[in-house]
Design a protein around this ligand. Structure first.
Ligand SMILES: NC(=O)c1ccc[n+]([C@@H]2O[C@H](COP(=O)([O-])OP(=O)(O)OC[C@H]3O[C@@H](n4cnc5c(N)ncnc54)[C@H](O)[C@@H]3O)[C@@H](O)[C@H]2O)c1
Length: 392
């Protein structure tokens, strides 16, 4: 199988896009799992512009649209598959130098829909991917974790990678458990790096409007209201382009700096309360009414420290929250984003309205049922098996 057919070289984009990445990188062949989502669609163009070859491995929940801009790039290969299919995973790992794993059921509400499915995809899936990568001798393994692992923190201090962890949702628990599994798999020839991302905002190929900055901004512009509940919870924030930049920077850092490391990803000046986020949006959309319903069901409250990634990898975000809010406003006003309520912009809505979790849960066994049904010699039994398959 020829994985990367030779095609004429394309000119690289200007490195001015990446002021801190001025050095010419060693081109790598990178398997990006879950790379057609919110962060992945911002990452792919950057990887390709830096001369890396990319194999995108994604079930494509949100279709091809998020990566439309790079779909014909000669250094991009697309594998549409579920990473719970080991045969596909093994095929996807061939010839790869590094794995970036972004694939997951993402967010508290989406993960709460089906506990078994979330554990199967977020934790068991991650372990399987890492074991296959390790078996293939692929040393660099970058995992997208979350600052949500800090959960309900008390006290005023900034949380470092060493601070106590207190996840308060299944989503955060599966991410923390995955970090632990990856750390246990570490070996001289297997170097996992866990990036604990702040809450992301801004526009990418698959913008999400189920995240606080984007959602409140859309509500302000379209509904004329910024409604928050409580608002005194702290959270760190990061633009989606900067998240992609951090992944790229981790990929291009010497292994000695990232081997078995965990990094918070963001910047201290983007730790804000939800109330402050609402006020910033209000400053840019003054016509909207700011409403605080007081009671909040969200226990998450954390302010993170980002000294480690700044000093060890030289990472500093380029975007400010105000710029991100303005970018979202512009996208709505220009008509790029038409209906922010649409299921494609929200992970939980998508799973409820477009894709059934039952269907996803039975993914691994369905092929076996189908094969047995097709292979069965006794037509009398076939309907019974077919019925079991449909119910699975
Ligand atoms: N967006 C944030 O605010 C944020 C914050 C912290 C961490 N993260 C982490 O970053 C990663 C990417 O987040 P995102 O916001 O881009 O999410 P997303 O939901 O937009 O993208 C996830 C992608 O994974 C794919 N996928 C899911 N299950 C799959 C499976 N079984 N097989 C193959 N592909 C599968 C989906 O098709 C989708 O393209 C996630 O791991 C998430 O936990 C995100």
């Amino acid at each position: 199988m020829q994985l990367f057919p030779t095609r004429p070289a394309v000119p690289r984009r200007s490195l001015l896009n990446f002021p801190t990445l001025w050095k010419k990188p060693t081109p790598r062949t990178v398997l990006v799992i879950g790379g057609a989502g919110y962060i992945g669609s911002a990452l792919l163009p950057k990887l390709l512009a830096r001369g890396h070859r990319v194999r995108l491995f994604d079930r494509m929940f949100y279709g091809i649209e998020p990566i439309r801009g790079v779909v014909d790039h000669p250094n991009l290969e697309i594998m549409q598959a579920d990473f719970r299919r080991i045969d596909k995973l093994v095929e996807g790992m061939r010839g790869v130098d590094a794995v970036i794993h972004l694939g997951a059921i993402v967010g508290d509400p989406a993960c709460a829909l089906d506990c078994d499915l979330t554990i199967e995809i977020n934790l068991i899936g991650t372990r399987t991917i890492a074991e296959v990568a390790k078996g293939y001798g692929i040393r660099r393994f970058i995992f997208a974790s979350t600052c949500s692992v800090y959960g309900a923190s008390v006290g005023e201090e900034l949380l470092t990678e060493e601070s106590p962890l207190n996840p308060v949702s299944l989503y955060a628990a599966t991410k923390l458990a995955s970090e632990r599994v990856l750390m246990e798999l570490t070996a001289e020839a297997f170097s996992p790096t866990c990036l604990r991302f702040s809450t992301i905002y801004g526009i990418s190929g698959r913008t999400r409007f189920d995240l606080v900055v984007n959602l409140l901004t859309a509500k302000a512009v379209i509904d004329g209201e910024i409604t928050i509940q409580g608002g005194d919870q702290w959270r760190p924030f990061l633009h989606v382009d900067d998240a992609a930049h951090a992944l790229l920077q981790t990929l291009e850092s010497p292994l000695s700096q990232v081997h078995r490391e965990v990094f918070n990803v963001g910047s201290e000046d983007q730790n804000h309360t939800i109330q402050r986020i609402a006020e910033m949006i209000h400053e840019l959309v003054p016509s909207a009414k700011l409403i605080n319903l007081k009671a909040s069901g969200d226990q998450r409250n954390y302010r993170a420290d980002f000294k480690k990634i700044r000093e060890q990898l030289g990472f500093d975000p380029h975007w400010t929250i105000r710029q991100g809010i303005q970018q979202v406003i512009d996208s709505i006003q220009s008509g790029d984003v038409k209906d922010y309520h649409a299921a494609k912009y929200s992970n939980v809505k998508f799973l409820v309205e477009e894709e059934s979790t039952t269907n996803l849960l039975s993914h691994e066994s369905r092929w076996a049922y189908d094969l047995v049904t097709r292979t069965l010699m006794f037509p009398r039994i076939r309907p019974a098996i077919a019925a079991t398959s449909a119910a699975a």
